[in-house]
Design a protein around this ligand. Structure first.
Ligand code: SF4
Length: 280
């Protein structure tokens, strides 16, 4: 049995995910034909539960009779327009903080700024946000890729993927601030909930023997928390469910175990992990 378990206060679902999931559940209680365009959130176990209640996940836009829920990460402006022109009832569960990013990109673009997003160009949130600037946009993951910014651009607007580490964003901004000939507009689109999770998880990881980060393999914020913890504690492991721990061959006996979880991880998965740890 683990000697001690330290659970991060900030572990688990954020308000954006909570709202998307509870709204899907309400819709499923009211009607039979409920769809989400793309996975509603990045947690396979929650999606399985919603699918068991009748949710169907669409991987392309279809003109469905019924309700289509727009996922928490948002979609492109073209997809949004197509969905809204169809016969379906649309319930937009794009998180307000992701909406802020989309509006920031749109506003910068409309005001003549070349938009620079610091984030992962393959993430659905960024694919959606990017569409608000047509093609006047550069996406870099971090400072090392800043050379991708076209040299001739003189008005630069910088925003961030909501879930990247704060430092990654500000390193880029601070470098740009040193370039004299550009007009720089910075809009902070980072999510505080994720920032708190990252800070707390790293603090816990410093003091424990083993750090577990619970969350979907497809959840980029969970992967980011895991990476940050692993940088200071090599005994950090990301799991979706406690069942996966046996594959890792970890001996918990008399160990101090820290736990954090990504923004899509439901409370029941965290509780199940703790219950199992008590017996491991
Ligand atoms: S992690 Fe932050 S930005 Fe993403 S859905 Fe949750 S509250 Fe919104």
């Amino acid at each position: 049995m683990a000697k001690k378990i330290i659970l991060a206060d900030s572990a688990g679902v954020c308000f954006g995910v909570e709202k998307a999931v509870s709204t899907a559940e309400e819709q499923l209680d009211q009607e039979q034909s409920v769809f989400s365009y793309g996975p509603l959130i990045h947690n396979p176990q929650t999606i399985e539960k919603l699918e068991a209640k009748g949710l169907r996940v669409l991987d392309k836009i279809e003109n469905k009779k019924g309700t289509i829920i727009i996922r928490a990460h948002g979609i492109t402006i073209d997809d949004q327009n197509t969905l809204e022109s169809n016969d379906s009832n649309i319930v937009d569960m794009t998180c307000p903080i992701v909406k802020k990013l989309q509006f920031a990109v749109k506003s910068l673009y409309e005001n003549g700024f070349h938009v620079l997003i610091v984030g992962d160009h393959k993430h659905p949130e960024i694919i959606g946000a990017k569409s608000y600037a047509k093609d006047d946009i550069t996406i870099i993951r971090d400072l090392n890729q800043l050379s991708q910014l076209p040299k001739e651009k003189r008005k630069i607007g910088v925003v961030a993927q909501t879930t990247i580490p704060v430092e990654d964003f500000w390193k880029v901004v601070n470098k740009l601030k040193k370039i004299k000939k550009i007009e720089l507009k910075i809009i902070d689109t980072l999510c505080d909930d994720i920032h708190n999770k990252q800070i707390e998880a790293v603090e816990i990881a410093k003091d424990v023997d083993i750090m577990l980060v619970i969350g979907g393999k497809n959840s980029s914020n969970t992967k980011e928390i895991t990476k940050m913890c692993k940088d200071i504690n090599s005994e950090t492991h990301q799991i979706e469910t406690f069942d996966q721990v046996s594959d890792l061959n970890i001996n918990f006996k008399d160990k101090v175990v820290g736990i954090s979880a990504g923004a899509s991880t439901p409370p029941w998965l965290i509780k199940k992990t703790i219950d199992n740890l008590m017996m491991a």
